[in-house]
Design a protein around this ligand. Structure first.
Ligand code: GLN
Length: 194
């Protein structure tokens, strides 16, 4: 059994739980730090990154999440979740968890495009991944070890660095759960070799 957590401090938690469902996956809604010990992989949902960060501090999650990330257990951040993972945030002095080498710009698609849908080719997944963007960030640049998985009109919107997976959009809001399946595979592989 593979145990995957969804950080449930704020944001679209329930949708991720549904998208992760698979016969041999046990999904844990993570509300307490102790639960991190029970899981092999973790999802940071979308929502509002500054609110999530405030709650991370308030509930004592900051150091435990840094340790979780350093333990080689996979993390998948969507939208605000990706912002939490970035080493740099445009216009902000400090990043949040700073675990994945990328620079993100919040709300980068502009007002006219606050929310939109696109079909994107994504490396390792397919050429028709359904992506819903809601006040989404753009990944402006990535480090040498980061593989770009998808772009939208030239901007990076999905990337992977080893056991870290991040995307600007909300794969949990569609019926297309291939990106979650891809993450489940990452967790399974990390788990097998651990
Ligand atoms: N704009 C939000 C932020 O900066 C992210 C939006 C989302 O997760 N849908 O945190």
């Amino acid at each position: 059994m593979t145990n995957i957590g969804v950080l449930a401090l704020q944001g679209a938690v329930r949708e991720h739980v549904v998208a992760l469902e698979a016969p041999d996956v046990n999904i844990i809604v993570v509300k307490k730090v102790e639960q991190l010990a029970e899981i092999d992989g973790l999802v940071f949902p979308g929502g509002e990154s500054t609110t999530m960060r405030r709650l991370i501090n308030q509930y004592g999650f900051y150091e435990p999440l840094k340790e979780f990330a350093a333990s080689d257990k996979p993390i998948f951040g969507t939208c605000a979740g990706a912002i939490l993972m970035a080493t740099e945030i445009v216009g902000q002095d400090e990043p949040h968890l700073s675990v994945m080498e990328m620079t993100v710009e919040r709300n980068a698609f502009g007002r006219q495009r606050e929310s939109f849908e696109a079909i994107l080719p994504m490396k390792g997944i397919g050429d028709d991944v359904q992506a819903i963007f809601i006040r989404a960030p753009i990944i402006r640049s990535v480090g040498d070890q980061v593989e770009v998985l998808a772009t939208y009109e030239g901007d990076i919107v999905a990337a992977r660095e080893g056991h870290f997976l991040a995307c600007s959009f909300h794969p949990e809001l569609t019926e297309d759960h291939r990106m979650h399946q891809y993450f489940v595979e990452m967790v399974r592989n990390a788990f097998v070799t651990a």
